[in-house]
Design a protein around this ligand. Structure first.
Ligand SMILES: Nc1nc2c(ncn2[C@@H]2O[C@H](COP(=O)(O)OP(=O)(O)OP(=O)(O)O)[C@@H](O)[C@H]2O)c(=O)[nH]1
Ligand SMILES: [Mg+2]
Length: 391
C-alpha cells in the first residue's frame, strides 16, 4: 500500500471498492482520483487507477450496447451476432428445405425433418466462399401472423438487420401460397425488399413549413402529397423525391421503423415432381422483383451458383493489399461496393494515412491495363490487388 495518502483518500478507496454497480463505480473512482496524492511516489498508483477507469468505462459502454441490441432484437435467445463478410437470412415456410441448403454448403449439421419447425430459433452457420466467410442464418418457418409475437417476431427482427434475405421457395408445393405468406409477413414487419431507400428523403427542419423538391419524380398528383402532409399536420419538413417514387414510398420514408433489405429467391427441391412447371410459374410472376436461383439441396445441384449469387447480393468487394516484390496478402479486405482507394487505405492504416499518402497502384490481372497508378478517389473492383505507398 502506498504511504502518504490522506484519510479522505483511504475512505474514498473503501467506498469505491465496495461499490458494485458499474456506473456508480466509475463515479466513485473519479472521486478517488481527484483525491489522489500528487507526489512522485503516487504516480504508479494513479496510473493503475486511470487504467481501471478506462476499463470500467469500456465495460459500461459494452453493456449499454448489448442492452440496446437486446431491446431491438427480442430476447437474448433470438439474437444472432453478425460474423463474416456479410449475413444472409434464409426465410421460408416450415419444411421448405432451409436446413438442407445450409447443411449442403457449410460444415453445419442442422437437424432435418419432414415435420414442422425442426429449426425452432434463428440458427447461424458459416459458408466459406474462396477466401471469405458468409454467415447464413436459418430463421424459423414463417406462417400467417408470425410477425405478431414470440419467436416469429424475433426472427423477423433478425431479418430486419440482415444484409440479404434469401426467400426459400419449395418447388414441391404451391408457389403462391408460400409467396403470399412470406411477402405478407415481411411486409407486416416493415421490411421492404429490393426497394430504393434513397428514392425519397425526408428532412425535418426547425422552421420553413412544407417544402417539396423533385416533384416531377413523384408518380401521381403532387397535390395529394401536400394534402396528406397537411392532414397529418406535418410541418417544417423537406421532402425530396430524388428518384421516381410512389405514395407508398413516401409513407415508408416518413416511417423510421421501415428497414430496406436486399433480397433474392432460392427455389429448392428442384428434383421433385412438378418442380419444373412451378419454377416456370415462379419466374413468370416474380423475376422482375427478384433474382431467382433454382437448386436441389438433396441432389447437390447448382449450389455453387447459389452461393455466388448470395455473394453478389451482399454488395461487397474484396481487395488484396500487396507489398512490392512480395505476394499479395492471402486474406482480402472486404468493403462495400462503390468503395474507393481511400476506404481501403483507411482499413489498413486507420489514421493519418491521407496526410501521408504518396501513391497507390492497382493490379488487375484480367484487365487490358494490368497496372495503373491511381489516386485516393479511384473506385475499386472486386479482386483488385492494391499497393499503397506512404511517407
Ligand atoms: N426432394 C427434396 N427434398 C428435400 C430437399 N431439401 C429438403 N428436402 C426435404 O424437405 C424436408 C424438410 O427439410 P428441412 O431442410 O428440414 O427444412 P426446413 O425448412 O429447415 O424445415 P424447418 O426447420 O422444420 O422449418 C425434409 O424431409 C427434407 O428431406 C430437396 O432438395 N429435394
Ligand atoms: Mg430447419
Amino acid at each position: 500500500m502506498p504511504t502518504n495518502v490522506t484519510p479522505e483518500f483511504d475512505k474514498q478507496r473503501l467506498i469505491y471498492e465496495e461499490t458494485e454497480d458499474i456506473a456508480q463505480r466509475i463515479i466513485e473512482l473519479e472521486k478517488l482520483l481527484s483525491l489522489a496524492p500528487r507526489h512522485k511516489g503516487g504516480e504508479r498508483m494513479v496510473g493503475d487507477y486511470r487504467k481501471k477507469l478506462a476499463q470500467l468505462k469500456a465495460l459500461l459502454e459494452k453493456r449499454r450496447e448489448q442492452d440496446k441490441a437486446r431491446k431491438s432484437g427480442g430476447t437474448e435467445e433470438g439474437v444472432v451476432r453478425k460474423e463474416g463478410a456479410g449475413q444472409v437470412c434464409l426465410v421460408g415456410v416450415t419444411n421448405c428445405g432451409k436446413s438442407s441448403i445450409i447443411n449442403a454448403v457449410t460444415n453445419a449439421t442442422f437437424d432435418i425433418g419432414d415435420y414442422p419447425f425442426t429449426t425452432p430459433i434463428p440458427t447461424p452457420a458459416m459458408l466459406t466462399l474462396e477466401d471469405i466467410n458468409i454467415q447464413l442464418v436459418e430463421l424459423p418457418g414463417v406462417f400467417k401472423g408470425s410477425h405478431k409475437a414470440g419467436i416469429g417476431r424475433q426472427a423477423l427482427a433478425v431479418a430486419r438487420n440482415t444484409d440479404c434475405i434469401a426467400i426459400i421457395i419449395d418447388l414441391s408445393q404451391d408457389i403462391d401460397t408460400q409467396m403470399n405468406v412470406i411477402l405478407g409477413e415481411l411486409d407486416a414487419a416493415r421490411i421492404r425488399l429490393n426497394k430504393e431507400k434513397t428514392a425519397v428523403r425526408i428532412e425535418r427542419v426547425g422552421l420553413g413549413g412544407l417544402m417539396i423538391y423533385g416533384a416531377q419524380n413523384y408518380q401521381g398528383d403532387i397535390e395529394e402529397v401536400m394534402e396528406y402532409l397537411r392532414a397529418r399536420r406535418v410541418s417544417n419538413i423537406i421532402v425530396r423525391f430524388q428518384k421516381p417514387a410512389t405514395f407508398e414510398q413516401l409513407l415508408d420514408a416518413m416511417d423510421a421503423s421501415v428497414s430496406y433489405v436486399r433480397a433474392m429467391v432460392i427455389a429448392t427441391k428442384g428434383d421433385s415432381e412438378g418442380s419444373e412447371a412451378r419454377f416456370k410459374e415462379l419466374e413468370e410472376k416474380y423475376s422482375t422483383r427478384f433474382d431467382i436461383i433454382p437448386i436441389s439441396a438433396e441432389k447437390g445441384e447448382n449450389l455453387d451458383g447459389m452461393s455466388w449469387t448470395l455473394y453478389n447480393h451482399l454488395d461487397i468487394l474484396r481487395v488484396y493489399t500487396k507489398i512490392p516484390g512480395q505476394k499479395r496478402e492471402r486474406k482480402p479486405i472486404v468493403l462495400p461496393e462503390g468503395s474507393v482507394v481511400e476506404d481501403a487505405a483507411g482499413k489498413v492504416h486507420k489514421e493519418l494515412f491521407v496526410e501521408r499518402f504518396r501513391s497507390a497502384v492497382i493490379l488487375r490481372e484480367n484487365d487490358k491495363i494490368k497496372r495503373r497508378v491511381v489516386g485516393l478517389n479511384y473506385p475499386l473492383q472486386d479482386g483488385d490487388v492494391l499497393q499503397l505507398a506512404h511517407s
